[in-house]
Design a binder for this molecule. Sequence first.
Ligand SMILES: *Cc1c(COP(=O)(O)O)cnc(C)c1O
Length: 414
Amino acid sequence: MNPIAYRDRALFCDNVALADIAADAGTPTYVYSAQAILENYRSYEAAFGAQPHTVCYAVKANGTLAILKLLAQAGAGFDIVSGGELYRVLQAGGDPKKIVFSGVGKTAPEIDAALTAGIFVFNCESEPELALIDALAHRHGIQARVAMRVNPDVDAATHAYISTGRLAHKFGVDIADAEAIYDRACQHENLRFEGVSCHIGSQLMNPEPVMEAVDRVLNLIDRLRSKGFDIRHADLGGGLGVAYKPEESTPDISSFIAQMCARLKDRGLHAMIEPGRSIVGPAGVLLTRVLYRKTTGDKNFVIVDAAMNDLIRPALYSAYHEILPVRETNGQRSIVDVVGPVCETGDFLAKDRELAEVMPGDMLAICTAGAYGFVQSSNYNARPRAAEVLVEENSWRVIRKRETNEDLVRGEVE
Ligand SMILES: *Cc1c(COP(=O)(O)O)cnc(C)c1O
């Protein structure tokens, strides 16, 4: 269910009018539907049925404490990529025994913190990383559970910046080398090789490459098991896409997971997945206010108070985000660029977009902004970062205060 819909021409997030939030919390503000986040998470949970599994929410999509807490209380595990994300998950009450730690550049202090917390598994991306985890686990007097992240060399057919599963990418180890790596790594006495992991990319609209990767990973697991490795889990990554345009159809979570489960059947494997975008993306909007309109040459600009520092996806990935007026009108529509105040030509939220005639003071909702929105925001142009609001049924609350000018200079020395 799309949490964002018009009622009597006013745009709502669940049962709350976005105009009310904007009036109170100001703009720009991210607004998330708790119900939509939980529904998306639960559709993963439900789809696994009897297959043993853990859904590890990918924190990098949106790591705000209230959202992590919501998912932790619903029973989610977490996929983290830094010591900072580990800290966030623990602050939010996440269960360390359901944390998987991914990433190509884990530092010694990050690994130490994860060992201290007692996370479930390290998804390792190189042999030197295995050696470091082994040495640190030795110092802790424990055995660390590890899974190699293998690169199955399939083309995820997504944006170049978020495709990760080809040999030319920095992620994982070549699946063809994996067996030899597991063999060599047996010498590490403080490691327990219990899994294999992969993640081929993000905003995947087609399940085919993922299933191809799953087949290759399961094939590797068969070979490792026949050599005596006690492989207990397969981590099949995240990456399911969401609809940024209303007419786009996305792979359905249930059928996606059903296809995975069919392959996992009767193998005695615990399945892990790491979805981020598909849980929080459609659950959030960025609310912004129109500041000015202007025309230069044959271009019409709508200048708003949100910018590329608040939502970088259009500038970084040429991403499309649907933009809806918070008050719907019958008025005429025109073709405009929606741009922010940042001093960069790349600072746009929409290009050549047909939009209802909006005037200064009107509010706009930039849709499907719950994932890779706030987390990628910055203070560029000395702009305080936006506030975040969580809608829970009929009420809403600020889950992150808007930054102030004092926040901008915190920690600096003249
Ligand atoms: C980014 C990432 C994810 C989540 O991807 P989504 O497209 O947000 O579902 C999962 N696992 C790893 C290792 C990642 O880097």
